[in-house]
Design a protein around this ligand. Sequence first.
Ligand code: GLA
Length: 426
Amino acid sequence: MRFPLLLVVTCLLGTTLTLDNGLMRTPPMGWLAWERFRCDIDCKDDPQNCISENLFRDMADRLSEDGWRELGYVYVNIDDCWSSMNRDEHGRLQADPMRFPGGIKKLAGYMHDRGLKLGIYGDMGTHTCGGYPGTPLDKIEIDAETFAEWEVDMFKYDGCYSNATEKEKGYPLMSKALNATGRQIGYSCSWPAYQGGLPPKVNYAMLGEICNLWRNYVDIQDSWGSVLAIVDWFFGNQDVLIPAAGPGRWNDPDMLIVGDFGLSLDQSRSQMALWAIMAAPLFMSNDLRTISSSARNILQNKMVIIINQDPLGIQGRRILQEKSKIEVFWRPLSNNNSALVFFSRRTDMPYRYQTSLGKLNYTMGSYRITDAFTYKTLTLKDTTNFVVSVNPTGVVMWYVSAPSKLNTRHYFDGGHQKNNIPDVFL
Ligand code: GLA
């Protein structure tokens, strides 16, 4: 009896699934087509905006020429509606020949030549959500091999048109198949979003072993209401979600819509700040060819990106919900630094919120504060009362340096240091 048992255990260990691909130790950053460009396949009448290789090349040009790549925005990700309606004679997926005449491999080369990476999309099921060919269980290996052969760097596996049992098999199987190709391919799983996003239906410990990131919740739309619904869900369930995240494994509240049509400037700062607190992947879905400089400044804010990309990879939490409709969020960062966000759900006028670092659980000491959007700095003792003025639907975001080290200075060589004006806060 003992020998077969040992054999079984050895076999189980041998097949244990871990996504040990070393990728995405900090949240991935880049651009993703879906929210802004959807399933526009009308290249005849709308050539600038249809899902085609031109669109992805245009975005790659902007990422590499307009300062995005250097900040970490390196993924250019194709979403739904890229493929032909039919597989080729070998049963492989193929790109739509009219819209991607050069094919995906050539497009990946275009990205790599510019220091960028290419992401592609598929679906665990018979069809993608947009009705294109899916990757059901029996197509997982061939599709993983095809993506690797095309030198793709990331794969989003959506979950339309399959049941829970199929998903339970398919998502781990795809993880294994991608690993088996020998190519490093970041793996984004939509699985939890199809299972309600919460235990017991979702096993986050297991997801962290097979996926680099996962969509937990509904699709973002171009509106403040949509951002708020996502914020409510993620922070409402933070005790479940925070332990799931860490280097190489991230909760994904969906794309940044900063630069589109639905958010005011304050709301755009709020989305950016809260996504940074959440250690969320930063995939913009906007038109980088026409984006306004104010939206670009928000998305290219170095301090917010540094907070998002902190190497500890601890997802932040909401620590206070005040009756005044001010909420306070906190994220621990490396070297005992931290980030704070004061967020207003009010709809009347800027609110003067009074508190102290001590009231926000900071221990005794004197902290160096840098405002992430104005780059103004000041020093605050834990006991000092201060006031922050928070705009309706807006945020104030602070980088808080640990008491002993006044080490934020090197982040801000942009000539903003003159503005050491504590009286905006006090
Ligand atoms: C689902 C996904 C979206 C997008 C669309 C494409 O809705 O959640 O992110 O990929 O499918 O059809």
